[in-house]
Design a protein around this ligand. Structure first.
Ligand code: GDP
Ligand code: IMO
Ligand code: MG
Length: 431
């Protein structure tokens, strides 16, 4: 297979970074196609930890082309900081190894301010629990046709006109929220100052990727967030502001949907969520605490404690469908070591009826109670296992049951944060 899309199949933090890094050995190009620096992707290579937010996880391997596609919203000041921080870790970043689409919308300081002001103003129960990075407001400006985009940084007159267009909207909004109007000249000066650091990497990504594709190069698409945070198919409004599902990979860089050969869904062996919103299998007991402690479930971007719960097969079956997932990578199996009994949600009960999917209406979601199936756990350690033979029989039974329930095969299994602690079942890049 030439082109593989990696997407999160739950509420994010499934271990996409580790798997993208692992798979990137087989790829020529690694491309981000949505989201921004709300993402936090962790890679552990020979004990060294890399935390990436907007840079594709392929940057850590030398000799690959990393791409930030137009579907991303880019904070140029954050970009410069992240590049500096990974360079300090010895990663080589140059025009040859990083390309940013010219039509990528920028996240400006006004977006972060608005994001945080709205969250502060929201009453309990209506807060989204965003990362505060300005993601939502930046995407709003994109569809509102008032973004400043990467290409606009190259020309002073265009830049000023784009800023004025955005401020017409933002100053009115800020007035309503009791915020100071934006200092236009200072914002333009800030953008002019940062412009060369971004323009250095700017390129017509759609063209480069189409040429790569024709030349038979392999493209690995790196999703951020997870399908349950998708703007259309997630637990709206407690979602992020972009399409996260695999269909976005094509529009997020400018290739045709027929160029996608394999969709790999990243699935944690249990469930976590950071931020607000429904979570049917959430645990508030010792088991939940144990999952959080064993899985080190703290956000990579905000450091917030992640909510933890049992594996929800009904939800993952749903996300396998909406993303057209070919195979999954099951991660963090080792975190389940030592549980006497494991529970898997197989559907929901709503007003006396059984459902095999989570309904869309918020009031119905709130009334849904999970239907659980129990499985025996295992006392042996799976941490660091690199082959099926290293797994205890009950762990294999658990994986097989997950496959049956979600109606999708396991292609990869991950048993620790380390790059090489990965079991390959089916190579997504194999023809
Ligand atoms: P992402 O946002 O999907 O890339 O995931 P994050 O990096 O935010 O969170 C996943 C966390 O789990 C990171 O700290 C990874 O190092 C870690 N991780 C990934 N795979 C495994 C695994 O198989 N076992 C364990 N114990 N940790 C893992
Ligand atoms: P990765 O790529 C987990 C969540 C936030 C919040 C909601 C909206 O590391 O899996 P936003 O700032 O996007 O407007 O916040 O989405 N969220 C994530 N949760 N992993 C992520 O990324 C996330 N990116 C956003 O916590 O609930
Ligand atoms: Mg993350």
């Amino acid at each position: 297979m030439a082109n593989v899309v990696v997407v999160g199949a739950q509420w994010g933090d499934e271990g996409k970074g580790k798997i993208v890094d692992w798979l990137s050995e087989r790829a020529d190009v690694i491309a981000r196609f949505q989201g921004g620096h709300n993402a936090g992707h962790t890679l552990v290579i020979d004990g060294k930890v890399y935390k990436l937010h907007v840079l594709p996880s392929g940057v850590v391997r030398g000799g690959k082309l990393s791409v930030i596609g137009n579907g991303v919203v880019l904070d140029p000041w954050h970009l410069v900081k992240e590049i500096a921080s990974v360079r300090e870790q010895g990663v080589d970043i140059s025009k040859e190894t990083l390309m940013i689409a010219e039509n990528t919308p920028l996240i400006l300081p006004i977006h972060g301010e608005l994001d945080r002001a709205r969250e502060e103003a929201a009453s309990a129960g209506t807060k989204i629990g965003t990362t505060g990075r300005g993601i939502g407001p930046a995407y709003e400006d994109k569809v509102g046709r008032r973004s400043v985009r990467v290409a606009d940084l190259a020309d002073e007159a265009t830049l000023a006109a784009r800023v004025d267009r955005a401020l017409l909207h933002h100053n009115a909004l800020r007035k309503g929220l009791g915020m100071e109007p934006v200092d236009r000249d200072a914002l333009i000066a800030q953008l002019k100052e940062i412009a060369p650091s971004v323009l250095e990497f700017a390129a017509p990504v759609w063209k480069v990727l189409n040429e790569k594709r024709k030349a038979g190069k392999r493209i690995l698409f790196e999703g951020a967030q997870g399908a349950l945070l998708d703007i259309d198919f997630g637990t709206y409004p407690f979602v992020t502001s972009s399409n996260v599902i695999a269909g976005q990979a094509a529009t997020g860089v400018g290739i045709g949907p027929g160029s996608i050969d394999y969709v790999l869904g990243i699935v944690k062996a249990y469930t976590t969520r950071v931020g607000e919103g429904p979570f049917p299998t959430e645990l508030h007991d010792e088991d939940g605490q144990r999952l959080g402690e064993r899985g080190h479930e703290f956000g990579t971007t905000t450091g917030r404690k992640r909510r933890c719960g049992w594996f929800d097969a009904a939800l993952v079956r749903q996300t396998c469908a909406t993303s057209g997932i070919t195979g999954i990578s099951l991660t963090k199996l080792d975190v389940l070591d030592g549980f006497e009994t494991l529970k898997i949600c197989v559907g929901y009960e709503l007003d006396g009826k059984q459902l095999d999917y989570l309904p869309t209406a918020a009031d119905e979601q709130a009334r849904c109670t999970p239907i659980y199936e129990e499985m025996p756990g295992w006392s042996e350690s799976t941490e660091g296992a690199r082959s099926w033979n290293d797994l205890p029989a009950n762990a294999i039974k658990y994986v097989k049951r997950v496959e049956e329930l979600i109606e999708c095969p396991v292609a990869l299994l991950s048993t620790s944060p380390e790059r090489e602690d990965t079991i390959l079942v089916t190579d997504p890049f194999a023809d």
